[in-house]
Design a protein around this ligand. Sequence first.
Ligand SMILES: *Cc1c(COP(=O)(O)O)cnc(C)c1O
Length: 308
Amino acid sequence: MNLHIDTPLLASTAIGARAGQAIWLKMDALQPSGSFKLRGIGHACVTYARRGARRFISSSGGNAGIAAAYCGRRLGVPVLVVVPETASSRARELIAREGAEIRVHGASFQEANAHALSLLGEHDAFIHPFDDPLLWEGHASMIDETVRAGVRPDAVILSVGGGGLLCGAVAGLRRNGLAEVPVFAVETEGADSYAQSVAAGARIELPAITSVASSLGARRVSEAALALRATHPVHPVVLPDTDAVQAALRFMDDHRIVVEPACGVSLALAYRAGELLAGFSNVLVIVCGGVTATVPQLQAWGAATAQR
Ligand SMILES: *Cc1c(COP(=O)(O)O)cnc(C)c1O
């Protein structure tokens, strides 16, 4: 059983600038929960429910919590989402709209997360936002769909928060005979825990997240995401918030879809069509989506960053 949907695969003439190069957009912004997270979290929730879970617990006040709430409603399983006081009213509203119970605890994600873990009972399943092999298995379906639609990418662009999307996409490439295909793993400055870990050769922990791309705000990436580089070509890319926000705004005009800066940063790399992408003929951009930013908020960020 799948809780996610097959999303459209579009060839973007608005973005595709280089001669002989196609830019393919995997439109996961169109998932019912508004982000790709539904693929992995859907697979995890279905699996945990089958194993007897009677409640799902999440500590994400973002797209992961929203996806978990969506899955619980679809499966008829109660969901508890523990969020910190900093969670936006919009995120709380979106979680509540899916019928999940919200508990506000602590000043930071760390405190909310610790509280969520302390509540875990025998029949509860904890839904991690990025570090769970079941999530990666579910995320991999985006590559299966792409290949089934007749496109074999020779490069992939995706965003990295904690690295769940990265692990899933690489798993999908491998199981479709695309193990050699390079992945550009994009983050914003101030949320670049993956790029800094790669540079250091070990997992580092950012002291704080200073980017507006809150969905990329894992202070530490998963061990699995960092280890991938030993067996797969993964190239970290870091771009400023300005680029992420401007790309999200431009994407609204070009493709009439609203995405968060967390997704905009991947689009920014595609819009640049720089040297990095030279020589690739089928570039797949994972349009990971995200519903926590509104259009006025994107515009305000755009105006603020343009003034700097
Ligand atoms: C979660 C999320 C990401 C990052 O995914 P990870 O699996 O944590 O690397 C990127 N974009 C959006 C919109 C997200 O919700």
